[in-house]
Design a protein around this ligand. Structure first.
Ligand SMILES: NC(=O)c1ccc[n+]([C@@H]2O[C@H](COP(=O)([O-])OP(=O)(O)OC[C@H]3O[C@@H](n4cnc5c(N)ncnc54)[C@H](OP(=O)(O)O)[C@@H]3O)[C@@H](O)[C@H]2O)c1
Length: 255
């Protein structure tokens, strides 16, 4: 099915590539000579990303089976991929479990867990056929440490974390490397503002006094390193925090 060989340029699908970590990863990989298929729902943002040579935009909702199948058909036609980066995701709300809204939890499970499942299932046959496939899942430190107000995001990312571990065990016999990247506090343009339903002032406060939170480019650099290591080297789990966030509950703030 897939025509990629190990001596050919590397080729990746990056989901959630219209902003933040996904966009930075698409740019970083192409700057290293990769061909990148960049998927997300917002066409206009993908189009401007695709001004960079080497990026092919593909509008797609990762939770939609038919849209993902259409993306797979396009990518198959274009020669396939050896690397899948499941980055699409996000948080909605900071409510307690007692107050959490079912529709917020549903959205978080849909995109972070079921979207990742949907895309992974669609591309596993291609990655198996390639012979040296890589799947990299963006989970979060919220997938391994609970915090007050973490609620549905904790639950969804714990789910994605669990699924990633299972996938590694199941796909090793197909020589598929499964990497999990678990970032802590990353200051991206949209993540916290979306979580706080557009309240940009409240979003700003999350980072107040924090010297150098991580940036999307920091995570993109780590992702690029992990997926370009020789294929037999598997960085199973990469936890990345800024120095100012020594643990989930210990954030150093200046002033
Ligand atoms: N920022 C942080 O502090 C942080 C920390 C740990 C982990 N993470 C994780 O890292 C990943 C990227 O985060 P980020 O900070 O870069 O967030 P972001 O800027 O909000 O980007 C999220 C991306 O996901 C896409 N997306 C959302 N729903 C989608 C869907 N149904 N189908 C396709 N694409 C969808 C969005 O694009 P469209 O809206 O155009 O579809 C966007 O490109 C997420 O999984 C997030 O949970 C972030």
């Amino acid at each position: 099915m897939c025509m990629v060989t190990s001596s050919a340029p590397r080729r990746a699908l990056v989901t959630g590539a219209s902003s933040g970590i996904g966009a930075a990863t698409a740019l970083r990989l192409t700057s290293e000579g990769w061909q990148v298929f960049a998927a997300a729902r917002r066409a206009e943002r993908l189009e401007s990303l695709a001004e960079q040579e080497g990026i092919i935009p593909l509008v797609c909702d990762v939770t939609d089976v038919d849209q993902v199948a259409a993306v797979r058909a396009r990518i198959t036609e274009a020669g396939g991929i050896d690397t899948l980066i499941n980055n699409a995701g996000g948080a909605l709300g900071v409510d307690t479990v007692a107050e959490g809204k079912l529709e917020d939890w549903r959205w978080m499970f849909e995109v972070n867990v079921l979207g990742t499942l949907n895309v992974t299932q669609a591309f596993l046959p291609m990655l198996r056929a390639h012979g040296e496939g890589t799947v990299l899942n963006l989970t979060s430190t919220a997938g391994v440490v609970s915090y007050e107000g973490g609620g549905g995001y904790n639950a969804a990312k714990f789910g994605a974390h669990g699924m990633t571990g299972t996938l590694r065990l199941e796909e090793a016999e197909h020589n598929i490397r499964v990497i999990e990247v678990l970032p802590g506090m990353v200051r991206t343009e949209e993540f916290t503002a979306k979580r706080l339903r557009g309240d940009t002032a409240a979003a700003e406060k999350v980072y107040t006094g924090v010297e150098k939170p991580l940036t999307a480019e920091d995570i993109a650099e780590v992702i690029t390193h992990a997926v370009t290591l020789p294929h037999h080297v598997n960085l199973d789990q990469i936890v990345i925090r800024p120095v100012a966030q020594a643990a989930q509950h210990k954030v150093i703030r200046q002033g």
